[in-house]
Design a protein around this ligand. Structure first.
Ligand SMILES: [Zn+2]
Length: 246
């Protein structure tokens, strides 16, 4: 029933034109937008509209959420599912946006973003902007948190999202655990591709590897080609030409 109502609403939202002011936001705040091919744009814009209009964006600590926040953050989310399916985000309902990096209430550590179990992502707005501003440095907070959402969608929070086919899981597990262990062990190739934070656990590895796949694709393809190949098969895209090696 819920999905029936959703698909009815989606049909209506799809027909609404892209608000003209969004183009300026995308051009100014989302550098990867200019790398999308003309064939990609239709799907990208449709997913963007649905994401912006379906999710609830909440400003924390007095932040007043505007389309600038909604469009910028949603762009990072829908890039991940450009060649997958927007339904990966169906269980995500709320995005909480802080006006600054914030401290964890228990640990006091600085947090740039978090993905909660029950459909909530929390993001620091400056961290979102920093992440997107340089699209080729392997660090993108929004992509990181939305990768966690893809992971959670599959049930467990273990670095394995719902793959495209049953016979993909074996190779995925082998390749991911190999490179996770190598990153944990401080191997040079992995460390040149991914941030050390990916060695925290399998879930963080998938999120950090996702950042690197989109922002350091040439390096990843050259130095850890099997990892690149698995992520390419899952995300259904080959971003290698979007960033030069640094
Ligand atoms: Zn994380």
């Amino acid at each position: 029933m819920l999905s029936l109502i959703r698909s009815f609403k989606r049909r209506r939202l799809r027909r609404k034109p892209l608000p003209p002011e969004w183009a300026g936001i995308l051009q100014e705040r989302v550098p990867f937008y200019s790398t999308l091919t003309s064939e990609d744009l239709d799907v990208f814009h449709t997913n963007l509209k649905l994401f912006v209009w379906e999710k609830i964006f909440i400003g924390a600590k007095g932040l007043e959420v505007t389309d600038l926040h909604r469009v910028t953050i949603s762009a990072a989310a829908v890039r991940l599912v450009q060649h997958l399916d927007l339904s990966y985000f169906d269980r995500l309902t709320e995005i909480v946006v802080y006006p600054h990096d914030y401290r964890h209430p228990d640990t006091g550590g600085v947090i740039l973003g978090e993905a909660h179990g029950w459909g909530v992502v929390v993001l620091s707005w400056p961290a979102v902007l920093r992440g997107l501003q340089n699209p080729c440095d392997g660090w993108d907070t929004a992509s990181h948190e939305f990768a966690h959402v893809l992971d959670r969608e599959a049930g467990a929070f273990n670095g394995t999202p719902s793959l495209r086919a049953d016979d993909h899981y074996r190779a995925w597990a082998d390749v991911m655990s190999l490179h996770f262990e190598r990153l944990k062990g401080g191997f040079g190739r992995e460390r040149r591709v991914m941030r050390d934070y990916g060695a925290t656990n399998e879930a963080e590895f998938f999120a950090v590897a996702t950042e690197a796949f989109f922002e350091r694709p040439a390096q990843m393809k050259r130095l850890t080609p099997s990892l690149y190949a698995e992520l390419r098969r899952f995300y259904g895209t080959d971003p290698v030409s979007t960033c030069q090696e640094d």
